[in-house]
Every structure is written in C-alpha cells, then in structure tokens.
Design a protein around this ligand. Structure first.
Ligand SMILES: Nc1ncnc2c1ncn2[C@@H]1O[C@H](COP(=O)(O)OP(=O)(O)O)[C@@H](O)[C@H]1O
Ligand SMILES: O=C(O)C1=C[C@@H](OP(=O)(O)O)[C@@H](O)[C@H](O)C1
Ligand SMILES: [Mg+2]
Length: 182
C-alpha cells in the first residue's frame, strides 16, 4: 500500500499501479465517503478530526485483511500507533516521498482537504511534513523519491523498486498486497 503526505500521489499512482498489475484498488478516503455517504470535509465538520481518525483506523484494520489489494491510504494514517503497527504487519508499504514545496504546488488550490483550510496552508504543509516524515519512514518498507517527476515516471520508479524488492536487491521496494508472496 501507499503512504505519504497529502498530494504525494497515493491515489493517482495507487490506481495506476493496480490497473497495470491486475489488482484491486481501494482509496481509503473514497471508501470512507462511499460507506458514510458524506464527504471527508463533512466528517471533519461533524465529528472532528478525532472522529475521522476513529473511522479511518477501524476501516484500515478491515482493509488490511484483504489480499490482492493496492490500498492508497490517507496522509494522516501514520499518526496513530495502532495504525503504524498494522501497516508494518500487513503487506509491503511504499512511502511516496515528495518535498513539501512540491506538495504545496500541487495543493495550493485544494479545497477538499480540511487540514489545509487554514490561514497559512503552505506553512501547514511544511509543519505536517516535519511531523510526519519520520513516521512514514518508520513504517515504510520502500521509500520512493518523487521530486517533480510526472506520474508516469514516478510509477516507473515505483515498479522498479518492486522488481528490486522482490529480487532481494536494493534497500527496499513496494509490492502490492497480493504480490507479496509472488
Ligand atoms: N507526479 C505528479 N506530478 C504532478 N501532479 C501530481 C503527481 N501525482 C499526483 N499529482 C496531482 O496532485 C494532486 C494530488 O494527487 P493525489 O493522487 O490525490 O495525492 P494523495 O492521494 O497522495 O493526496 C492531484 O491533483 C494529482 O493530479
Ligand atoms: O494528511 C491528512 O491528515 C489527510 C489526508 C487526506 O488524504 P490524502 O492524503 O489522499 O489527501 C485525507 O485522509 C484527510 O483530508 C486527512
Ligand atoms: Mg489520496
């Protein structure tokens, strides 16, 4: 599964990776919106971030039990220790690492991410990155640096990491959930 900051490309690349490898794809946020019938911003507004995190954690536990699945997590999934423990136990975790400046370029016009609807969203991205980068790295089996790579190039870099990981080369790679034992 894919972890990383908002804007790193987890949803975009996760969907492409699953399609290219004939695997099921689930985006954590989209799944939560489908199950609740409301948007992520509405969950934040009604239940607060705590309520959202509770729902996110419960659903993660269920989704991680599924095989042959590529899961795009939400950017804050690593905040809860129990989520980190689950991620470490299940499947191969790829951290899509993108510098905060690049994240800002991608998200500057975003209105769907509640945590960025603040007076200083650029500063918020830098703060969240500083807080979370160590947590992503603690959980990840593979770190893929995206820089300003376009999606296709970043996907190629992820797939190369998968090949290296499966052949035991390199410092790590990503393997989609179901491919882990391939
Ligand atoms: N490699 C990339 N280069 C440029 N824009 C990207 C790239 N990957 C994703 N994006 C764009 O950045 C935004 C966030 O992508 P998304 O896949 O939703 O990230 P995440 O799920 O990690 O928050 C979207 O507008 C998407 O089109
Ligand atoms: O970073 C975060 O705390 C969040 C990231 C979002 O998902 P994306 O990473 O797909 O934007 C979504 O889960 C929610 O807005 C909270
Ligand atoms: Mg996403």
């Amino acid at each position: 599964m894919f972890i990383g900051m908002m804007g790193a490309g987890k949803t975009t690349l996760g969907r492409s990776y699953a399609a290219r490898h004939g695997l099921a794809f689930i985006d954590s946020d989209q799944e939560l919106e489908a199950r609740t019938g409301v948007s992520i911003p509405t969950i934040f507004a009604v239940e607060g971030e705590e309520g959202f995190r509770e729902r996110e954690a419960r659903m993660l536990a269920e989704l991680l039990g599924r095989e042959d699945l590529v899961l795009a997590t939400g950017g804050g999934v690593v905040l809860r220790p129990e989520n980190r423990a689950q991620l470490r136990r299940r499947g191969i975790v790829v951290y899509l690492h993108v510098p905060p400046e690049v994240l800002w370029e991608r998200l500057r016009h975003d209105r769907h991410r509640p945590l960025l609807q603040v007076p200083q969203p650029r500063q918020r991205i830098f703060e969240l990155y500083a807080q979370r980068d160590p947590l992503y790295r603690e959980v990840a089996d593979v770190v893929v640096d995206g820089g300003r790579l376009k999606p296709a190039a970043m996907l190629a870099r992820v797939e190369e990491a998968v090949r290296d990981y499966r052949s035991g080369k390199g410092e790590g790679a990503v393997v989609a959930e179901g491919e882990r034992d391939a």
